[in-house]
Design a protein around this ligand. Structure first.
Ligand SMILES: C[S@@+](CC[C@H](N)C(=O)[O-])C[C@H]1O[C@@H](n2cnc3c(N)ncnc32)[C@H](O)[C@@H]1O
Length: 279
């Protein structure tokens, strides 16, 4: 099977991916398209990558195009990814917000680009473990992603041993997961804490209440500058004046959205709205 991509076909896939997801594929990413689309070529029964792309060009339906986006997108994630943002959430952000909000007022957290659910479930597990009374019935966790496939996995709360080994403390595995064949299934009491919805960051967003915390981690890196600016401007409008924004460790709001200022809490840099914007 010849899966080497021509310049013309590369441009076609690059434009398709950018149009649908805003993900920018630089000119040196031909190998990425070749390796990520090879399994799709096999699954769909095309004789080669060229044939798959020829069919995309004439296919008016959405199905195959969507599969290409799914295959190209990076869904890399893990439980308590990077550790310290969750530590900061536990030791500083949630205690501070709980102290400020009137008793009983819900706290709302949105994990944008949540992939297969490890990130919002890490938040849910942290809340259940460390704030069992103060956050009981008070925490609303929204989680969205572009990909229907990862959301299906997230809703099922079903993880492989390898995924479990990546960041989930043994004590949490014992308390909150059940063995199911070769997988581990998160108990429904935790699964129920997260409201998953499919949503594209560059299209209309679901309606959220004003948000206390937004996790927008490891997704802006795939976008161009104008897309990052537009998303951060919309995020600004959703975050409560004293809320917190968490980005991935290689991401920033600097030179993109001046309304945010970086705040260092322990080992974490997170972002808050500048007070000058609020007066
Ligand atoms: C690398 S994962 C990050 C997951 C998680 N936030 C973390 O940090 O572990 C990036 C996710 O962004 C999603 N994504 C990419 N483009 C998107 C878009 N335009 N709208 C919404 N989600 C998108 C992908 O489907 C993928 O699941």
């Amino acid at each position: 099977m010849n899966n080497t991509i021509s310049r013309n076909d590369f441009n076609y896939i690059r434009d398709l991916v950018q149009r649908r997801s805003a993900i920018v594929l630089e000119a040196d990413k031909a190998y990425l398209i070749e390796t990520r689309l090879a399994p799709l070529v096999r699954q769909t029964g095309f004789a080669s990558l060229q044939e798959l792309i020829a069919s995309l060009r004439v296919d008016a339906g959405d199905g195959l195009h969507h599969k290409v986006i799914e295959a190209i997108t990076t869904h890399e994630t893990s439980f308590f990814r990077d550790g310290h943002p969750f530590e900061t959430l536990k030791t500083t952000v949630l205690p501070e917000l709980l102290a400020k909000r009137p008793p009983g007022q819900p706290l709302a957290i949105w994990c944008a680009a949540c992939s297969s659910g490890q990130e919002p479930f890490s938040v849910a597990l942290l809340a259940r473990e460390h704030f069992p009374d103060s956050l009981k019935g008070r925490l609303r966790i929204f989680a969205t992603d572009l990909s229907a496939t990862v959301l299906e996995r997230a809703r099922a709360g079903l993880y492989t041993q390898i995924e479990i080994n990546r960041g989930l403390p043994a004590a949490l595995l014992t308390r909150y997961f059940d063995k199911q064949g070769l997988h581990w299934r998160l108990k429904s009491e935790i699964r129920r804490m997260v409201d998953f919805q499919q949503s594209n960051l560059v299209q209309a967003w679901p309606s959220f209440p004003p948000l206390d915390v937004i996790f927008l981690r490891n997704v802006l890196i795939y976008f161009g500058v104008e897309t990052k600016r537009a998303i951060l401007a919309r995020v600004r409008g959703l975050l409560k004046p004293d809320g917190y924004l968490f980005l991935g460790s290689s991401e920033t709001t600097l030179n993109l959205e001046p309304a945010f200022e970086p705040i260092t809490l322990g080992k974490t840099v997170c972002y808050q709205l500048r007070q000058t914007n609020l007066s």
